[in-house]
Design a protein around this ligand. Structure first.
Ligand SMILES: NC(=O)c1ccc[n+]([C@@H]2O[C@H](COP(=O)([O-])OP(=O)(O)OC[C@H]3O[C@@H](n4cnc5c(N)ncnc54)[C@H](O)[C@@H]3O)[C@@H](O)[C@H]2O)c1
Length: 460
């Protein structure tokens, strides 16, 4: 007689397995659609009724998922959504894609995972495969999730199967998506790894098995820590270039012509998104429990955390050249999503910059083609705002435009022609202009007379 694992394997291969995705956000919805597109009957479970209703109404609320994709899957009878965990009783597999934020103290907030696993545990049955995808500290799957699921008497790796597989989606990336980004998988025991790999192989091109859930958890944190530390390094180089009278953009662009041993990272107004500013602190929290001080993470966190302040200093310096004070200045923030061509505001440094400017008395408006409105509760100013279009008339009404996110839909020609003053933190404007100040570069208006600080006087 076939073992429990073999039966599930056969059901996955034959596309008979009924799969569940818990959490239908930026990660979960694309995954659910990809499973459904590849022939698996997929049920999404989310506590947010609006998302559930949208999926069932054949709509998409995630920019990377087209409405046509959702429509095709729903119409084929392969994708439905519900708020009711009761459906888990009839599922063969469940992927958990719920948020993993940080508490104010920078400790991991496991409450979403705990809540989802509690509800899944109530319907866990023999032969089921559970895969955690939420980014988290090494040990979460075995130390937190496994005991909760085993409390009902079933054993992981024997009666049911459990794995961790980090999500690597890059929202807004036109080249890489759920289907063609390799999937790392580490299970509790060999059978769990094999089953999770088989599940993903239905929808993802390349599977990379590793030896354990802890290894898979660490892979994701290495990837995101790598980005965070390198962004911290280039942000520090930007501040250094500013002081030395060099243009960091020129330096990075020339450095990246080296065909080996260098990978470009770019400075900016600070870290944003649900991953890079947060995930490395999951790792440092865990490392500290073992008496290990993760110095790179802490240092990069400090440098990156100072970038909104450096941006505000740059805006103040630019206004100063035009004999204007920040207090009372009308500043337009261009781009409030945390990165180019997406609508995601989570941890966006633009909101920090706006808060700092507001505290110094600036009058703020913003323009973002992807974010039509900003609720007052989302930022320190506390008042609602709506995106201002970029026109000669609106630009005539501001003292300074600060480019914090370089969306490609923005008309930079009109901006350069009509704005009285621009602070560019993203190198969105390539040609030097007398009224464009760049983060990490000397001020244009002083180009002829400005001198780097003479540090020889300070050296003993
Ligand atoms: N967004 C990214 O670019 C990205 C990339 C890689 C990894 N991740 C990781 O993936 C995980 C999910 O991130 P996301 O961006 O998709 O988050 P999200 O906020 O877009 O989506 C999470 C969804 O989970 C739902 N939810 C919360 N608690 C629930 C529960 N108990 N039961 C059912 N549904 C619940 C929410 O309503 C929401 O729809 C996080 O751990 C994140 O770090 C995100």
């Amino acid at each position: 007689m076939a073992s429990t694992a073999e039966r599930l394997l056969a059901r996955i291969h034959d596309r008979q397995a009924r799969v569940g995705v818990v959490g239908l956000g930026y990660v979960g919805l694309p995954l659910a659609v990809e499973f459904a597109r590849n022939g698996l009957t997929t049920i999404g479970i989310d506590l947010d009724e609006r998302k559930v209703e949208a999926v069932n109404q054949r709509e998409s609320y995630i920019p990377d998922v087209t409405p046509a994709d959702v429509r095709a899957s729903v119409d084929a009878g392969r994708l439905t959504a519900t708020t009711d965990y009761g459906v888990a009783a009839g599922l063969d597999t469940i992927n958990i894609c719920v948020p993993t934020p940080l508490r104010k103290t920078k400790d991991p907030d496991m409450s979403y995972i705990v809540s989802a696993v509690e509800k899944i545990a109530a319907h866990l049955h023999p032969g089921m495969l559970i895969v955690l995808e939420s980014t988290t500290y090494p040990g979460t799957t075995e130390e937190l999730v496994q005991p909760m699921l085993e409390a009902g008497g079933l054993e992981a790796g024997v009666d049911f199967f459990l794995a961790f597989s980090p999500e690597r989606v890059d929202p807004g990336n036109p080249r890489f998506n759920t289907h063609n980004v390799p999937k790392v998988v580490g299970g509790v025991g060999e059978a769990s790894t094999r089953l999770a790999a088989a599940l993903y192989a239905t929808a993802v091109e390349t599977i990379v098995p590793v030896s354990s859930p802890r290894a898979a958890e660490m892979v994701k944190l290495l990837e995101n820590t790598f980005r965070m530390v390198n962004i911290g390094l280039v942000n520090e180089i930007a501040l250094m270039c500013d002081r030395l009278g060099l243009d960091v953009w020129e330096v990075v662009n020339a450095a990246k012509t080296k065909p080996f041993g260098f990978m470009p990272f770019y400075p900016g107004p600070g870290l944003g998104g649900h991953c890079i500013p947060i995930d490395p602190f999951y790792l440092s929290w865990k490392a500290k429990q073992y008496g290990f001080e993760p110095r790179f993470i802490e240092l990069a966190g400090q440098v990156n955390g100072a970038m909104p302040h450096a941006t505000v200093d740059k805006i103040a310096d630019a206004l100063n050249v035009q004999k204007k004070a920040l207090n009372g200045a009308r500043v337009m923030i261009l781009g409030i999503a945390y990165k180019r061509d997406i609508d995601d505001l989570r941890e966006s440094p633009s909101l920090d910059v706006m808060g700092l400017l507001h505290r110094k008395g600036a009058q703020l408006c913003y323009s973002d083609p992807h974010v039509p409105t900003l609720a007052g509760r989302s930022w320190i100013g506390g008042y609602d705002l709506a995106s201002t279009p970029i026109t000669s008339a609106t630009l005539a009404d501001v003292d300074c435009v600060a480019i914090l996110t370089d969306h490609s839909a923005v008309d930079y020609g009109t901006l350069v022609a009509a704005a009285p003053l621009i602070v560019d933190t993203r190198d969105a404007i390539k040609e030097p202009q007398p009224h464009v100040f760049k983060l990490g570069a000397p001020p244009p208006a002083y180009a002829e007379t400005w001198q780097p600080m003479d540090i020889s006087r300070h050296v003993a």
